[in-house]
Design a protein around this ligand. Structure first.
Ligand code: ADP
Length: 551
């Protein structure tokens, strides 16, 4: 901690809230510039909508959402249309103020006309979302999952997911929403900060009982009921990767603006909190992404009326300590040095993992492939794939003595990583979704002035000219009109006062050009065809410039 200012550069900067610090020229910061803005409810909903427009099936894990107040009439019209086409549809919606957290200002409605448009809190911009009426219940209670995800790098994209998370329980038995129970927050909202005030909240010393449990304990119960836990994990991994793919274009714009390429600057990483709800059929649905998930490992206990004390929370400790410890291990600047002197070790010794507080499991690399599900009680197989010798820490220290010198580091005696790499590991399966990333690369290329996040009219014209998108049917005057129309509308919605075209406005303009040029194709093919067209034109132009330069 540097309460009086920093004197020397650090290897790792651990900021409390956001990236902002103008004096960092090296090392690694635990926050990305613009992350807080990018995961706000409205921005997240917009990014997900863009992806849903392009890939509706792949992005059906995010509830249908509308942005208030700007899409109020669209919301009313769409709901009316859906009700007309299916009279038995009796939906419920959840209204969430933008930038809110801990359930602040959230309420449920049955009809669009119930939206509260007056009053200070209620008139804040908000997202209204289809309410998931049939969540998976445990002990008759609704619960959600908080998973920790490490975004280790943006370029190249590197994502890790923690093998365990938290499950936060409601404190009143769940009933499907009716006009009578809509206001019962302890029944419908899983927020810890709300339910802690219910008389039914149970602080537990154990990780598999009480109102906050480990996610692995839930998986354990599901597995014992015969649920396909491996499929569930694979769906969650895919939800996380797809969500981050939706967020990266915006993050890249902020990144180049705060840390311009070619200048000395730090690199960034960030721990994100993913809030996920399981539906009755075990389908995971994304509720939101938190840029600053709470890392508290204590909770308040009321000793006597009005007298509170902080006491350790074993469930939080179990999950969060491992996340922070392993994030630091992954970004450890010394690690690369050690890697350089790495000696190959026999496979059996490569995987040492602490299993809860009970001792160490020694696992073969093959078993490690299944590690995500291995928090569900590891079943020793007759073939001995999982070698189940439980050993004390002391024994591990002894074992590490036998290791080659390169592994005699503190790292060798640590438990195996709780963070599992999922990207680039599964990059092949998901790379076709990264279309908006390529649109953002074009946008950044034409931004011109370093430090900006908005494209001026000249930048937009240069983009059109260099990509040869203007022709007799689409004059430069029409280009200017397109720029003005879209930019004006986006700027009237935003809180950002910087003038010019933001990334989302550019994406809208790009989709519009793609529709014009490739009329009959599905949207994602129109967009990818236009991206390829632009990339080719720009590569050709670059080639020509090189030749002219030589000449
Ligand atoms: P906050 O940031 O204020 O916690 P969330 O989006 O996480 O806002 O919503 C708060 C709680 O409301 C969630 O933890 C969840 O229990 C419930 N919730 C949110 N969205 C939905 C939804 N679409 N369907 C069902 N429950 C939801």
């Amino acid at each position: 901690q540097f309460p009086f200012g920093r004197r020397l550069p650090c290897d790792i900067y651990w900021h409390g809230v956001s990236f902002h610090d103008n004096n960092i020229f090296s090392g690694q910061v635990n926050k990305f510039p613009g992350m807080m803005e990018t995961v706000r409810k409205i921005t997240l909903s917009r990014a997900m909508r863009t992806m849903q427009d392009l890939f509706p099936l792949e992005y059906n894990f995010y509830p249908r959402s509308w942005i208030l107040p700007e899409e109020l009439s669209l919301f009313v019209a769409e709901v009316r249309m859906m009700k007309d086409s299916n009279p038995s549809w009796k939906p419920t919606f959840i209204v969430k103020p933008d930038g809110g957290c801990q359930g602040d200002g959230i309420y449920l409605i049955k009809d669009p006309s119930d939206i509260r448009l007056t009053g200070s809190i209620q008139s804040r911009p908000a997202v209204v979302q289809e309410y998931i009426c049939k969540p998976l219940l445990m002990d008759k209670l609704k619960f959600d999952i908080r998973l920790y995800v490490l975004l280790k790098s943006l370029e190249p994209l590197e994502i890790y997911i923690a093998k365990d998370g938290l499950s936060r329980f409601c404190t009143e038995p769940y009933q499907e929403p009716t006009l009578k129970n809509l206001h019962q927050v302890f029944m419908h909202l899983t927020n810890y900060s709300l339910n802690i005030h219910s008389g039914n909240f149970i602080h537990s010393d154990s990780v598999n009982t009480g109102s906050k449990r480990t996610f692995s304990s839930i998986l354990c119960r599901l597995s014992s009921r015969g649920a396909d836990v491996k499929k569930l994990w694979s769906d969650i991994i895919s939800l996380v990767i797809k969500t981050i793919i939706a967020l990266t274009p915006e993050l890249k714009v902020y990144y180049q603006s705060d840390i311009p390429a070619g200048k000395p600057g730090p690199t960034c990483f960030q721990i994100l909190g993913f809030d996920i709800l399981l539906m009755k059929n075990l389908k995971p649905m994304l509720l939101e992404v938190n840029a600053n998930p709470s890392m508290r490992i204590e909770h308040e206990q009321e000793l006597s009326p009005g007298v509170f004390e902080n006491v350790p929370s074993p469930v939080d400790e179990e999950v969060k300590v491992a996340v922070i410890r392993d994030t630091l291990r992954l970004v450890d600047p010394q690690k690369k040095k050690r890697k350089d002197t790495h000696v190959t070790v026999p496979p059996k010794r490569q995987w040492l993992g602490v299993h809860e507080h009970r001792g160490l499991w020694e696992v073969s690399p093959r078993q490690a492939v299944d590690e995500m599900s291995s928090k569900v009680p590891p079943k020793p197989t007759p073939s001995g794939i999982l070698c189940c010798r439980c050993r004390s820490l002391e024994q591990v220290r002894e074992a590490s003595e036998e290791l080659p010198d390169a592994l005699k580091s503190p790292e060798a005696a640590l438990p195996s990583l709780c963070l599992k790499q999922v990207f680039p590991k599964y990059a092949k399966q998901f790379s076709y979704l990264r279309l908006v990333d390529r649109v953002a690369a074009l946008f950044i290329r034409f931004l011109g002035v370093k430090g900006t996040t908005k494209l001026g009219p000249t930048g937009f014209r240069t983009f059109i000219r260099n990509c040869k998108l203007s022709n007799s049917n689409f004059s430069m005057a029409a280009v200017d009109i397109l720029y003005i129309d879209i930019t004006r509308r986006w700027n009237s919605m935003g809180i950002d006062k910087e003038s010019g075209m933001c990334l989302q406005a550019f994406v809208e303009a790009f989709f519009c050009l793609a529709r014009k040029k490739y009329k009959s194709l599905p949207l994602h093919e129109q967009v990818s065809s236009l991206i390829e067209f632009c990339e080719c034109r720009l590569a050709a132009l670059h080639g020509k410039r090189l030749v002219w330069g030589c000449g």
